[in-house]
Design a protein around this ligand. Structure first.
Ligand code: ADP
Length: 215
């Protein structure tokens, strides 16, 4: 089963994708994570995208489609969760072509419903483990008092360079201008499924599970 998690920055796509990886053995393909890896590895592409990402703008379709194309050549046995991709109509068309060429299909597009105030609060409170990627939130799931990651025990916590109010404004605007049209696109294709994204992590995970199992 191949699915897309669709929603604005901070909707919880990455957190839910990690759950699906653990529970269903699916593969998470996050273009945001791939681009962050590229920037720390210091490749030419990484250097080119760093400033764009920090400003909260979208990197070019060509770059992200190239990244996804490369990953789709590997083994995607348990199915793929596309997290943060596609983000434009051109990317959505490219994904449809790539899947078709690989004899694969897209099963569901899970749209996470949240409101902007919740997004700002979530993002400005967010940090992740630099070792395993576990996500923390200063208010709802703080870093343990002993300063060690609850998942892997490392003590290197990071905040993303673009998790500040200024970049966030741009990221939200980019989402509404360029990504939210995908809601209409996938609705027209009969693939769109809404889930409420505002509850506890477990509640949201349960809604997604119910949707995937019943569809
Ligand atoms: P979030 O959903 O929290 O904004 P991501 O980690 O998915 O974060 O993406 C971080 C940044 O990486 C985006 O603001 C953008 O600059 C870039 N990016 C990620 N995915 C894409 C994509 N599919 N197309 C263009 N830019 C992307």
């Amino acid at each position: 089963m191949n699915i897309i998690l669709l929603g604005p920055p901070g909707a919880g796509k990455g957190t839910q994708a990690r759950r699906l990886v653990e529970e269903r053995g699916m593969v998470q393909l996050s273009t945001g994570d791939m681009l962050r890896e590229a920037r720390v590895s210091g490749t030419e592409m990484g250097k080119r995208v760093a400033a764009i990402m920090d400003a909260g703008e979208l990197v070019t379709d060509e770059i992200v489609i190239g990244l996804i194309e490369e990953r789709l050549r590997g083994d995607i046995g348990g199915g793929v969760i596309f997290d943060g991709f596609p983000r434009t109509l051109a990317q959505a068309d490219a994904l449809a072509d790539l899947l078709e060429r690989n004899g694969q299909s897209l099963d569901h597009v899970v749209a996470m419903e949240v409101n902007d105030d919740a997004l700002v609060a979530r993002i400005t409170a967010r940090s992740t483990c630099g070792n395993c990627g576990e996500v923390y939130n200063d208010i709802t799931s703080p870093i343990p008092a002993d300063g060690k990651c609850r998942n892997c025990g490392a003590s290197d916590f990071r905040r993303r360079a673009d998790d500040n109010e200024e970049s966030l404004k741009t990221r939200l605007m980019e989402y509404y201008k360029k990504t939210s049209p995908l809601i209409g696109y996938y609705h027209a294709k009969g693939q769109l499924r809404w889930v409420p994204g505002l509850g506890e992590i477990d509640e949201v995970a349960a809604s997604i599970k119910e949707m995937l199992d019943s569809a």
